[in-house]
Write a protein that binds this ligand. Structure first.
Ligand code: CTP
Length: 395
């Protein structure tokens, strides 16, 4: 899997940098092309000479060296993956805020390739809330985090924080490249978030959807190499890189954007909580509080899922969601049939920690041919993985 792959290895200042020599050797042995970038402080732990000898390429460290400028933009475009191993606590915090004070950071910030990090630090640093927050921020940017090992640390303490062993990083990279090809060439369309239906210039009808589930789905499809278009209603969450995002407000706008891309789509997953009704008339000016009662006339919005169900071709896979509060299974199966979907992902507001706003969800997937898949409560990222895996099993 690593033969011919272009790996840009960033090394930051951590005692685990001594393992970089083994990592570079294993990468080169597996047939990868390796370019190394070091932060200034990482040179306290391993020499550029060792790494340039093993990688068979000059090691880069400064933005400008001997009156020559290192083209950081091209490095991030050249690579198939940028791997920062070890990732020190300091470089982690810089990545989280986008600081750019050395070549490694300049390359990271301009990299268009996927980025993976292998953190290495002492247990207390690893468990500090700021580290957790920074790691979550990196994940939110779409960077992949290679889990740390438990074991003896530089401080002599035992616990989590050790950088993954070079052999395990190699396995991780093999899995990464394998996974990232599994849906390569496929085009995926996802709707997510709520829609806001205007009442007047300052008010709207909306719902509590946050878009988290759909964003996790978009990321999961992207990680498998699919070209993903995400049509996102108003959401406070920023989708990670590598996804084409179309922002919309209303059900009608969502429908319009969906119509633009659906014909050229292999898999469509409609996870958005689309408003079923919208105000019949939108007041041009703010409605004033002149009477004791106000009646709003509402009309149905177009059902995007049902309309796609009517026009989809035999090879297109259509997936809908059903968020219910009662008779969950009955309603989910009804939606599967009525909207001519291939799958319906059901979740219930009655389940603890599931539905709008939570980081977790509990789903059951129904397939058109009658199969039912039940899952435990999991993080939305893991739920997204389950949904994608189930779809792939049937395609
Ligand atoms: N949906 C859609 N367009 C709409 C309404 C819903 O595409 N105007 C999609 C949702 O994205 C979801 C599925 O239809 O994939 C089911 O949505 P849900 O709100 O659960 O069901 P409704 O069809 O709106 O029916 P009800 O509100 O009666 O449960």
């Amino acid at each position: 899997m690593l033969k011919g792959k272009k790996i840009l290895l960033g090394i930051s200042g951590s005692i685990a940098a001594y393992k970089s020599a083994t990592l570079v050797r294993l990468l080169v042995k597996a047939g990868a092309e390796v370019r190394v970038i070091m932060t200034p402080s990482s040179k306290n732990f391993i020499t550029p000479l060792t790494l340039s000898t093993l990688s068979k390429n000059p090691v880069l460290s400064e933005i400008a060296e001997k009156d020559e400028w290192s083209n950081h933009v091209m490095l991030g475009r050249w690579a198939d993956i940028m791997l920062i191993a070890p990732l020190s606590c300091n470089t982690l915090s810089k990545m989280a805020v986008g600081a750019c004070d050395n070549l490694l950071m300049a390359v990271y910030l301009s990299a268009t390739c996927p980025v993976a990090v292998a953190p290495a630090m002492d247990e207390d640093m690893w468990l500090h809330p700021s580290t957790k927050k920074n790691i979550a921020t990196l994940e939110q940017y779409g960077n992949r985090v290679i889990p740390v090992d438990n074991g003896e640390l530089a401080s002599g303490l035992f616990g989590p924080g050790r950088m993954a062993e070079p052999e395990n990083i190699i396995s991780w990279l093999n899995n990464f490249f394998q996974l990232s090809q599994s849906l390569s060439g496929k085009k995926v369309l996802i709707t997510a978030g709520p829609t806001y239906e205007p009442i007047d210039p300052v008010r709207f009808i909306g719902n509590h959807s946050t878009g988290k589930m759909g964003i996790a789905l978009a990321e999961s499809f992207r990680n498998r190499g699919a070209a993903v278009t995400l049509i996102l209603g108003p959401s406070a969450h920023v989708p990670p890189t590598g996804i084409a995002v179309h922002h919309v407000q209303t059900a009608a706008q969502m429908m319009e954007e969906v119509n633009k891309v659906f014909n050229d789509t292999d898999i469509a997953v409609l996870s958005a909580a689309v408003a079923d009704y919208k105000p019949e008339n939108v007041a041009e000016q703010k409605i004033k509080k002149t009477s004791d009662e106000l009646t709003l006339g509402l009309v149905k919005t177009d059902d995007i899922l049902a309309s796609l169900g009517k026009r989809k071709s035999g090879s297109q896979i259509l997936v809908g969601f059903a968020l219910e509060t009662e008779n969950e299974v009955g309603y989910a199966k009804q939606k599967l049939e009525k909207k001519n979907a291939d799958f319906i992902v059901m979740n219930s507001i009655r389940d603890a920690n599931a539905g709008f706003g939570y980081d977790t969800n509990k789903i059951t997937i129904f397939h058109r041919e009658g199969k039912q898949y039940d899952f435990e409560t999991k993080s939305k990222k893991q739920v997204a993985e389950d949904i994608v895996t189930t779809i792939m099993q049937h395609s």
